[in-house]
Design a protein around this ligand. Structure first.
Ligand code: FPP
Length: 237
């Protein structure tokens, strides 16, 4: 058995960065880079699914991404809709479960409808779970959890002493899922950018200069090999 198979992360989270630079290098509009990014996303989903990874979380659109020019925001939403329409049957056939995390209420109605269709079609699948983070922000998620707990305490259904890490975790979008073992960020940037602030507490980081559209299953295998060599201690000796 290869080392990567013995030490396969249960949950991989990815900050898919560098689409814009990939397009600029080719003197093409940024959306061209995002389109190429969708191809990378397809190959990484397929590799994770065949390796037996349990959860893959992809940062597709952050709460800050609304500040981009309207045509880029619209283009990204359209890519999401097209991706779900084109790929959902195949994803479903492969037992993949699609979930979206983030405040979906701010998405265009068409995107919300497509996301809901994908969720309900695949909810009973038992293969790879793909969390697509859309209008997602880590601080937003923590505030949402804090409000949920505060409301439960105020209504008397939860005692103050019952606010434990487990109780907190139940209010996160990723409730019930293992925390990411590995977080990958492409394009040479080395920041968390408000992603999974609670869940990344003990994750291994893997940074690569490869731009997201060039990140294929080979690149994923390199990240997995690096991960397999690391010794995770969780604060212990
Ligand atoms: C960051 O690159 C990437 C994004 C903000 C969007 C990621 C989206 C996709 C890969 C495709 C659409 C998603 C789905 C689920 C169909 P950047 O544009 O910030 O790159 P730059 O830093 O080089 O400008």
């Amino acid at each position: 058995m290869k080392q990567t198979e013995q030490h396969l992360p249960k949950h991989i989270a990815i900050i898919m960065d560098g689409n814009g630079r990939w397009a600029e290098k080719r003197f093409m509009p940024r959306l061209f880079g995002h389109k190429a990014g969708v191809e990378a996303l397809r190959s990484v989903i397929s590799r994770c699914s065949s390796l037996g990874v349990e959860v893959l979380t992809l940062y597709a659109f952050s709460t800050e991404n609304w500040k981009r020019p309207a045509d880029e925001v619209g283009g990204l939403m359209e890519l999401l809709v097209q991706f779900l329409q084109k790929e959902i049957a195949e994803l479903h056939r492969n037992g993949i479960k699609i979930r979206c995390i983030g405040d979906l209420s701010a998405l265009p109605e068409r995107a919300q409808a497509e996301v809901e269709k994908a969720r309900s079609l695949t909810e009973s699948n038992t293969g790879l779970t793909v969390n697509i983070a859309l209008n997602y922000g880590g601080r937003d998620e923590l505030l949402r959890a804090a409000k949920g707990l505060a409301a439960a305490v105020a209504s008397g259904s939860l005692a103050l002493e019952e606010i434990t890490a487990d109780a907190f975790e139940k209010h996160l979008y990723t409730s019930g899922q293992p925390d990411p073992d590995l977080i990958i960020r492409t394009s040479g940037e080395q920041r968390i950018s408000n992603f999974l602030l609670w869940q990344l507490a003990y994750s291994e980081f893997y940074f690569t200069d490869v731009l997201w559209p060039d990140f294929d299953s080979n690149e994923l295998d390199k990240a997995l090999e690096t991960y397999a060599k690391r010794h995770r201690r969780f604060g212990k000796l």
